[in-house]
Design a protein around this ligand. Structure first.
Ligand code: ACM
Length: 661
C-alpha cells in the first residue's frame, strides 16, 4: 500500500477523499462529452439505478453537460459501465462487501463490484476524479482497487437536544455517502426531547417533544433514503438515564415522583427509569418491538450512558430491591437492567449496543460497545471479547482540528491487542452532539471535518500525511457544498445578518483567525437560546488556520523581507489591522457583532506583533530589551478562550516570536 500511495502523487489525487486502498495512474484521459453514457450490465435493481441516476445528475452539474437518460451502452460511445454481481444483503450487513474496482482509460471506464454498495462507493470515487482542463472536463486514466479498512464508519447526529429536520438529515446522508461513511447513528431521545413517534405510546412525542419529532412514515423514509446511499441506520433510545423526555408523558416509568417537564439545561439529569418494576419492562418490550418494526437494521443502541444513580439511591423501594437482590451498587442495578433489555432486544431480533458504561461481566458477548470516555475502553472491551467501535477521539462538538481527528486511529500500531482482539474493533463514529448546534449550524460543525474522519476509517493506516489531507479536504469541502450542504454558505449568511450589511470583507478577515471554543462546561447556553453568536456561526478549524501555519513555517525557513513569505505576511498583518478598524466601526450599529469587540481589539494587537516580528526577523528593526518575553506573555494571554472563541493564529505567532534572536 505504501508503495502504491507513493507512486500515486499525481495532481488528480488532490481531489480524492477518502484515499483508495490501491491506485495507479496511467497515461491518457477520458474526456467527458455530451456522448458520455452510463450503463449497467450484470445485476441491476432499483437501488443501483437510483445510484446511477444520482451519478448522472451530479456529473451533469459538475460539467454542464446534458447526458442521455438511457442506462444501456451503445456501440462506440464512451461510457462508464457498471458491472455488479449481486444485490448484497438486506438489510445491509455490517460485513457487506463494499469493494470495487474502477478502471478508466481514454476510451471508457468500468466499475466492477460484487455488490450494489460496492458500486455506489466506486461511483463516488469516479465523481471525485473529475478534473477541469482547457479542453473541458475529463477523468484521468487510473486503475483503482478499493475496499474499506473498517466495516463500521459512522456518524452520530443528536436529534434530541436540537431537532434536525428531515431535509437536513437527507443532505447529511448525501455527505456521508460522498465520503463513504456507512452508518447513521440516529440519536432520537434525550432529556431535552423525544423525537420518534410511537403509536402505542403517543404521549412520548405528544408531551415530550415540543411538537418536533419524526413520524413513523418519515423514519421509514430516512431508512430507505439511507439504504439507497449504502448507509445503515442504527436508532438510539437512551435508557435508563438521559430519559426525562419519556417521563413527561409517562411519569410512571421514572424512579422519582413526577410530574416531569423537559429539561432545558444540558448536562447530567438525575431522572432515570425504574428498573425494579415489571411495568417498566412491559412498556419497553412493547416500545422496542414497535421500533424493531420501523428500523430494519439488526443493531439498536440503548446508550446507557451517564446514569448517575441519584434517583435510585433516593427511592427507598429501589434501595430495598437492591438489598434483596444483593446488588452492591447502582452500577450493578444498571447491569441487571441492561441484561433484561438485552433479552428484550434479542426477542425482537436486535443486537444491543451501548456506550462503554454498559461494559459489565454479566453482559452477553453479543453486545457491541461504543467507547466514548476513553480509548482504553476499546482495549478493555476487545480484551473481554466484545465487538466494539470507537467514538472518544471523534467528538465533533469538541471543535478539534481536522488534523487531530485525522491522526486519531482506532487501531494504532502499538495498541496492546492480539490480532483476534483487533478484529473485534469494527471501526468508529464521528459524533455530533447538538447541545449548542441547531439545524442551521449543524452542517458547518460536521463538514468538512467529518470527511477527514471518514478517511481515517476507510483508507489504509499509512495514509496519514496532514498536509496532503488538508489539500484534499479543501476539494472535498467544495464537493460537499455542491451536494447542498451549507457549511460554507451558512457562516457567510449569518455574518451578513450579524453585521447588517452585505459588505462583509472586513468581517471575513476578522473571523478568519477565530474559531469556536469547544469545551461545553463553559457554555451557559440552554436549549432555548438562539444560536446566532460568533461561537455558533463560525466554523471550527477554518481553512485559514492551516494556511497561516504553513505560511509562517515557510517564511521561517528563509526569513527575508522580500521573500514571498515575508511579503505575504506583511500584507496579511496590514489586512488584520484594517479589518480590526472597519469591524469596530460596524459594531457601533450591531450589538451582536459588538460581542466580538475584545477580539477585534486583540486582532489589531496581533497584527502589530506580527509585523514587528517580521521586521525583527528580517533585520529591519532592532529588538528592544525585554521585547521577546513581553510579547510571548501577551500571546499567552490572548490564547485563552473569551466569549467561547479562540484565536487560531497564536501557535504560529509564538513560533515567529520565538525565532527572534
Ligand atoms: C456521551 O457522550 N454521553 C455518550
Amino acid at each position: 500500500v505504501g508503495e502504491a500511495w507513493a507512486q500515486s502523487k499525481s495532481a488528480f489525487t488532490n481531489t480524492l477523499m477518502p484515499m483508495p486502498a490501491k491506485i495507479s495512474a496511467h497515461a491518457g484521459e477520458l474526456t467527458l462529452t455530451p456522448d458520455f453514457r452510463l450503463s449497467a450490465s450484470g445485476f441491476r435493481n432499483r437501488r443501483l439505478e437510483s445510484g446511477l441516476q444520482r451519478l448522472r445528475t451530479r456529473l451533469e452539474y459538475a460539467t454542464g453537460l446534458t447526458l442521455s437518460r438511457e442506462l444501456t451502452a451503445i456501440d462506440k460511445a464512451v461510457s462508464l459501465e457498471v458491472r455488479v454481481q449481486s444485490a448484497g444483503q438486506e438489510p445491509q450487513s455490517v460485513n457487506e462487501d463494499e469493494s470495487y474496482a474502477l478502471k478508466v482509460t481514454a476510451v471508457g471506464a468500468t466499475i466492477d463490484a460484487p455488490t450494489v454498495v460496492g458500486a455506489l462507493r466506486g461511483m463516488e470515487t469516479f465523481l471525485q476524479l473529475i478534473q477541469g482542463g482547457s479542453n473541458g472536463y475529463y477523468i484521468p486514466a487510473v486503475k483503482i482497487e478499493d475496499s474499506p479498512r473498517f466495516p463500521w464508519r459512522g456518524l452520530l447526529i443528536d436529534c434530541a437536544r436540537h431537532f434536525q429536520p428531515i431535509e437536513v438529515l437527507q443532505r447529511t446522508l448525501d455527505g456521508m455517502a460522498a465520503v463513504k461513511m456507512n452508518v447513521f447513528h440516529w440519536r432520537l431521545t434525550d432529556d431535552q426531547g423525544f423525537r420518534m413517534e410511537s403509536k402505542i405510546f403517543p404521549k412520548l412525542t405528544g408531551l415530550g417533544s415540543d411538537g418536533l419529532y419524526y413520524t413513523q412514515a418519515q423514519a421509514r423514509e430516512i431508512v430507505a433514503y439511507a439504504r439507497d446511499h449504502g448507509i445503515r441506520v442504527v436508532p438510539d433510545f437512551d435508557m435508563p438515564g438521559h430519559a426525562r423526555s419519556w417521563f413527561v408523558g409517562y411519569p410512571e416509568l421514572a424512579s422519582g415522583p413526577g410530574p416531569y417537564v423537559l429539561r432545558r439545561k444540558f448536562g447530567i439529569d438525575d431522572a432515570a427509569m425504574d428498573p425494579t418494576r415489571e411495568t417498566t419492562f412491559a412498556f419497553l418490550d412493547k416500545f422496542l418491538g414497535e421500533m424493531a418494526g420501523i428500523f430494519p437494521d439488526p443493531y439498536l443502541h440503548i446508550s446507557g450512558d451517564e446514569s448517575n444513580g441519584a434517583q435510585w439511591r433516593a427511592n427507598p423501594k429501589i434501595v430495598a430491591y437492591m438489598r434483596q437482590h444483593h446488588l452492591k451498587d447502582t452500577q450493578a442495578l444498571q447491569a441487571e437492567f441492561n441484561q433484561r433489555i438485552e433479552a428484550l432486544l434479542t426477542k425482537h431480533g436486535k443486537h444491543m449496543m451501548g456506550w462503554d458504561e454498559v461494559l459489565h461481566p454479566a453482559l452477553p458477548k453479543d453486545v457491541v460497545i461504543e467507547s466514548w470516555r476513553d480509548t482504553r475502553f476499546l482495549v478493555d472491551a476487545a480484551k473481554r471479547g466484545y465487538r466494539n467501535i470507537l467514538a472518544a477521539p471523534y467528538y465533533l462538538d469538541h471543535m478539534k482540528t481536522a488534523e487531530e481527528y485525522y491522526l486519531a486511529d482506532p487501531l494504532p500500531p502499538g495498541l496492546d491487542l492480539t490480532s483476534e482482539q483487533r478484529k473485534l474493533v469494527l471501526g468508529g463514529e464521528a459524533c455530533m452532539w447538538t447541545e449548542f448546534v441547531d439545524s442551521e449550524t449543524l452542517d458547518s460543525r460536521v463538514w468538512p471535518r467529518a470527511a477527514a474522519i471518514a478517511e481515517r476509517f476507510w483508507s489504509p493506516l499509512e495514509v496519514r500525511a496532514v498536509d496532503d489531507m488538508y489539500r484534499r479536504l479543501s476539494s472535498a469541502s467544495l464537493r460537499l457544498e455542491g451536494l447542498g450542504l451549507t457549511h460554507l454558505t451558512y457562516p457567510e449568511a449569518a455574518l451578513r445578518q450579524m453585521a447588517g450589511t452585505e459588505d462583509i470583507d472586513a468581517v471575513r478577515t476578522f473571523v478568519s483567525v477565530l474559531e469556536p471554543y469547544g469545551m461545553s462546561a463553559d457554555n451557559k447556553t440552554i436549549q432555548l437560546t438562539p444560536l446566532d453568536r460568533f461561537n455558533n456561526v463560525l466554523p471550527p478549524d477554518p481553512p485559514d488556520r492551516y494556511k497561516f501555519y504553513v505560511l509562517v513555517q515557510s517564511f521561517l525557513q528563509h526569513p527575508s523581507a522580500d521573500s514571498k513569505g515575508g511579503i505575504e505576511l506583511n500584507i496579511l498583518f496590514q489586512r488584520w489591522r484594517d479589518a480590526s478598524e472597519k469591524v469596530q466601526a460596524l459594531m457601533e450599529t450591531s450589538p451582536l457583532l459588538a460581542e466580538g469587540r475584545i477580539r477585534s481589539q486583540q486582532l489589531r494587537e496581533l497584527a502589530t506583533i506580527g509585523s514587528e516580528t517580521v521586521d525583527h526577523l528580517t533585520k529591519m528593526s532592532v529588538v528592544p530589551a525585554g521585547w521577546k518575553e513581553s510579547t510571548l506573555a501577551k500571546l499567552k494571554a490572548y490564547e485563552k478562550p473569551t466569549d467561547m472563541l479562540v484565536f487560531t493564529v497564536i501557535v504560529p505567532l509564538k513560533d515567529l516570536v520565538s525565532a527572534v534572536q
